[in-house]
Design a binder for this molecule. Structure first.
Ligand code: UD1
Ligand code: MG
Length: 450
């Protein structure tokens, strides 16, 4: 929408009581991101865009989430919940700044796409004073009905206030609207609350605009884009739709999913081409996987970077701050947290590597643990290039293993090991010749006596 300025007002003051949760509705998560976060990312349009978020009183966490997802969000508090038009007017100061287009979106519609919002703005650029997104839900109960003549919108009638005849209208209000910025305030300030709920309905804007001899239009979209979430069941259904979208986008970008339906992605998961993901893998937020890497079954990754041609899993866990360089191998039942694993290093079995650096080409034997926590603070383990850590070793941090050093299996290492050295930190083995044989003979004597 070149050259036109835009203000988007996101209504996020909802209580969400039907979610049966202490958490504000818009902070529920889909694909690792809050509902509000999804809406705000759909709004990240080019310059000339301001975003106002209307929150309820005592919703500091909603404000914080808005800022985290869009740093320049202007925040407004709607002190009492008196309807959608009342909520929009909580952002009056932002409207008064005079954008060309004003778009109103609900904070609980995470499937909205940027191009749909652009279409709404297009209708305003083409001369409408009000543009509304319509859709045909399977069950229209509860939605406002769009009274139209062609695509010209005559009025929106809320379900509670609609006649039987009006309730038979299939086209419903998706809730997203755009206004001509120069006319918005004049329209909004005329909205009253003479209706069954005694609320200030944003939807009344349509009739008012027409009374002012202005144009109102409806644009039809598919149901999923405007699905508002009110219940946990709808949250789960939306998660499924979002996962489908994310998987489809990854497949189109050249990722191989052996069984796409079993892979769970986060909204910000970045998988390069020629990445292979085996069945049953979960990506939490903040994961990047570079070309040619393979994520094997039953692995869980969050906040991690996987370098080129690395192999992760099966059954691996990469936690935040895990950074794997190229050709690294992290195998079954290995957990990595806040650790740099340099090129070609391997930890293939049953290990915990936390707060560590593992040098290029190092080999971490089965069962190796970095003991990073002393009950009060975390400490670092630094393992040099090409070091060899024998199986079942405990590296008690802070500790440094020098380049190319060897640690004998079963060691508990508490002091630094110089480069090229061998460190052994375990009980010395004793062997008692004939001991087992004598034990067996003794036992058989006892049995005979009984
Ligand atoms: C609204 C529309 C209806 C449409 C439906 C689509 C109105 C009057 N009705 O109805 O035509 O079919 O959405 O889902 O607009 N909110 C506030 N403050 C308020 C009231 C609401 O911030 O005082 C926010 C809510 O948090 C929510 C949004 O506005 O995000 C919509 O409110 P909601 O009560 O869900 O409206 P509906 O009855 O669903
Ligand atoms: Mg609603």
């Amino acid at each position: 929408m070149s050259g036109r300025t835009c203000l988007t007002i996101v209504l996020a003051a909802g209580e969400g009581t039907r979610m049966r949760s202490l958490r504000p509705k818009v902070l529920h998560m889909v694909a690792g991101r809050s509902l509000l976060g999804h809406v705000l990312s759909a709004l990240k349009m080019p310059e000339n865009t301001a975003i106002a978020v209307v929150v309820g009183p005592e919703h500091d966490d909603v404000s914080a989430d808005a800022r985290a997802n869009f740093a320049d969000s202007q925040l407004f508090v709607q002190k009492e919940r008196r309807g959608t038009a009342h909520a929009v007017l909580a952002a009056k100061a932002a409207i008064e700044q005079g954008a060309d287009d004003i778009v109103v979106v609900f904070g609980d519609t995470p499937l909205i796409r940027p191009q749909t919002l652009e279409k709404l703005r297009g209708a305003i650029a083409d001369g409408a004073a009000v543009a509304v997104l319509g859709f045909k839900p399977a069950d229209p109960t509860g939605y406002g009905r769009l009274v139209t003549q062609g695509m010209e919108l005559i009025a929106i009638v809320e379900h509670a206030d609609a006649t039987e005849q009006e309730r038979a209208i299939a086209l419903c209000n998706g809730g997203l609207m755009a206004f001509d910025g120069r006319k918005a305030l004049k329209i909004l300030e005329r909205i009253g609350n003479a209706n069954r709920k005694g609320e200030f309905y944003l939807t009344d804007a349509v009739k008012i605009a027409r009374d002012m001899k202005l144009r109102a239009v409806a644009l039809e979209v598919t149901e999923d884009e405007v699905t508002g979430i009110n219940t946990k069941a709808q949250l789960a259904a939306t998660e499924a739709t979002m996962q489908q979208r994310l998987r489809q986008a990854a497949l189109e970008a050249g990722v191989t999913f052996v069984a796409p339906d079993t892979v769970y992605l986060a909204a910000d998961t970045k998988l390069s081409k020629d990445v292979t993901v085996e069945p049953y893998v979960v990506f939490g937020p903040g994961v990047t996987v570079e070309e040619g890497a393979t994520i094997r079954s039953f692995s869980h990754l969050a906040g991690a970077h996987v370098g080129k041609n690395a192999i992760v899993g099966p059954y691996a866990r990469l936690r935040p701050g895990a950074r794997l360089e190229e050709n690294v191998q992290i195998g079954n039942f290995v957990e990595v947290k806040e650790a740099l694993i340099e090129a070609g290093a391997k930890a293939n079995h049953l290990s915990y590597i936390g707060d560590a650096r593992v040098g290029a080409g190092a080999n971490i034997g089965a069962g190796t643990i970095t003991c990073n926590y002393d009950g009060a603070a975390k400490h670092r383990t630094n393992i040099g290039k090409a070091a060899f850590i024998g199986s079942n070793s405990s590296l008690v941090a802070p500790v440094k293993i020098g380049e190319g050093a060897y640690v004998g299996s079963g060691s508990v290492i508490t002091t630094d090991v110089p480069a090229g050295a061998l460190a052994l930190g375990r009980g010395r083995q004793t062997v008692k010749e004939g001991w087992a044989k004598r034990l067996r003979e003794l036992k058989s004597l006892v049995r005979k006596k009984v």
